[in-house]
Design a protein around this ligand. Structure first.
Ligand code: HEC
Length: 122
């Protein structure tokens, strides 16, 4: 490969990485604002790991990509589609997830994953 080709391959790779944001692109501060605005704490706890009922999952320290996937699955679950790996049917979480934009979901996932929790080792 000539140097010229090498350069253009590198340029294409660089522009691709700029166009496709890294997955953990969520904004932690904006995510805290989402958590407060929707009052997720009323069930999951102010620290996101002391929930009001043991059946309500802990969120603090969970991997952001898992949280994004779960929240989008609840949102999809508000349609008539049958449950699947990508569709969670839950009346409570579905009602909250539909209030969230994609950006809200990425931000709140970044926030929750940044909190100290019992779910993952950092
Ligand atoms: C009224 C109570 C309530 C509120 C408010 C609430 N949740 Fe939940 N959340 C639940 C319950 C109950 C579940 C478990 C549902 C199930 O069994 O799938 C859950 C599950 C989740 C899960 C899945 C976790 C996992 O380990 O799979 C995520 C993520 C989540 N909630 C995030 C949020 C966020 C973010 C907010 C605020 C936008 C929020 N929740 C507001 C009750 C609530």
């Amino acid at each position: 490969m000539s140097n010229r080709h090498r350069f253009s391959v590198a340029a294409v790779l660089l522009s691709l990485s700029a166009a496709v944001p890294a997955f953990a692109a969520g904004d932690v501060a904006a995510g805290k604002a989402v958590y407060d605005r929707v009052n997720c704490a009323s069930c999951h706890g102010a620290d996101a790991k002391t929930s009001i009922d043991p059946s309500y999952p802990q969120l603090a320290g969970q991997h952001a990509d898992y949280l994004v996937h779960a929240l989008k699955a609840y949102r999809r679950g508000q349609s008539n589609a049958a449950p699947s790996a990508n569709i969670r049917k839950n009346a409570i979480m579905g009602a909250f997830a539909v209030q969230l934009s994609d950006k809200d979901i990425e931000d709140v996932a970044a926030y929750l994953s940044s909190l100290p929790g019992n779910l993952s080792v950092k």
